[in-house]
Design a protein around this ligand. Sequence first.
Ligand code: V1D
Ligand code: CA
Length: 617
Amino acid sequence: MASGVNSGYAPLDVTVAGKPSNKKRVAYFYDSDVGNYAYVAGHPMKPHRIRLAHSLIMHYGIYKKMEIYRAKPATHHEMTQFHTDEYIDFLAKVTPDNMDSFQKEQGKFNVGDDCPVFDGLFEFCSISAGGSMEGAARLNRGKCEIAVNWAGGLHHAKKAEASGFCYVNDIVLGIIELLRFNQRVLYIDIDVHHGDGVEEAFYTTDRVMTASFHKYGEYFPGTGELRDIGVGSGKHYAVNFPLRDGIDDESYKSIFEPVIQGIMDFYQPEAIVLQCGGDSLSGDRLGCFNLSMRGHANCVQFVKSFGKPTLVLGGGGYTMRNVARTWAFETGTLVGQEMESALPYNEYYEYYGPDYDLDVRASNMENANSREYLEKIKIQVLENLRHTAHAPSVQSTVIPGATFLGGTEEDDDVVADLDEDENPDVRMTEHRQDKQITRDDEFDESDDEGDARPKLHGSRINWNGQRRVNFMDFQFHDDVEMEISGSRESVPSPPLIEVDVILAAAAANAEVNSEVMDQKSQILVAEATAETGPSNAPSRSHSIKAPIDPDGDIEMDEPAAAVSDQESEAEEPISTAQAPLSPAASIPTTTDAVVAPTPIPETNIKMEGESTKIPLP
Ligand code: V1D
Ligand code: CA
């Protein structure tokens, strides 16, 4: 076992498919300020959980097997490689004190209940994004094989819109950095929620394959159907595995490993980004899955086993003590360290009572994912992969007669049936709606040099009737167009390779989703409003109730010891440095400045304007 705790729970694999789990150089990014940021009172997202995880990581001695860095916070300019200037300007300016004078902008940028304005909002976003960008940059330079940023993984943020507790999409920014040196990047998302922001950003390019496993059906954000497979050049490069409540370790492993193996075999990514949202754990305050810590960490171990440069990120997770346990265990898994079941004493020890044990155990909740259901979806997902025309620089065969899903008409019907299984109360599934929409989903190959944007546009209606508009020209803002190569290091820029492709796809994304979704919105709006209303409640409860039990709302300084799981807050060298694939620009160089001795857990970490390496004691 990679991280052997003798618990009787599903073990992590030492080897997967005959591949040894070699030791990797792990770079870990942590900023001791991150735990001091707090969303508004009663909000389930608590950055303090990252400090809890860090404390466990330090006290388990995992720091001895990795390099610890404090990343340079992402700058306004770096953020605009994906986000609009206007949106980032707003995030930088708005405060709880002046927010009343930004009423219009709050609406426009979706800042409100889910994504409140709080003190230090922009700095929090900078820390989160800085860690992911810096992790990607170190992977690019071949300075590590694995980079970890538990403050990252904020997968819902859109180009010009906050969503689902996420403001700045550190994942998209990290992937953009990886794309400078890697032809194909695989994004994997095991948060219980659909990784919509990342999927949207790369929906029309084959340079990034996104794969999300998530609860689907009457659940935020309402996207991530099996049939959502990408558009244009990106068709077949988005993978969605919709799940129902209560999935357990065995069931999850039975789908995750074959799907990821299939993607690895077909797509052959050069780098991987893994979002490890902890809300897929059993007993999560907002989640509805039944994964144990070891079931969750098996995904990390499985991804690690492929030996690709991997950026490991956080994400959701609302039962703080369980998120901390799991991310600490997953950090141990990444460095190959055994971890005792008994938690080491640490300054947050009281959070882990009454057992003071490492494991997060599964419950006896019902698994609404039948073996048959999972098998059907898995087969369709694997079939879709088989029908993909090509991946950049990877030869494969186009299979004639493929339909939108890449399967046969018969397959489409199976999927439609599956949709109906998922949405028994919906009269017409989105799959069928699409068949009725006049589509023009090929890019307009305009000769206009400056505008390779497609003519397809659209919008989607969420499960709760909200219209979603997404702009995805993540590298194509007019004002930064010539600086898409922005890097966190000064690497000489060789001639651009295939940059036209990626730019066209990126530019296309914005218009594609925007207008496709507009069309869908017109058709679906009546139906959507007729659907069952939204449920913010954790679906485990299956009840319409206040989203959060105020009694279970544990603020950052309060231990959870007295609160039960049911009530509480409520991861071959790979790359030696290689020539970048897109031009470099003038974003400041990052170096590793050695500073004061390693703090345990978090004192004496200094920032000197650049990424700071925290030396071992
Ligand atoms: F319960 C709450 C209390 C206060 C504020 C918000 C919530 C809450 C719970 N669940 N908000 C939600 C979800 N929002 C809605 C919308 C509100 N509309 C009417 C519908 O249901 C958002 C859940 C976000 C999940 C984020 C994430 O876990 O995926 C994540 N990953 O990385 C970072 C966050
Ligand atoms: Ca997910």
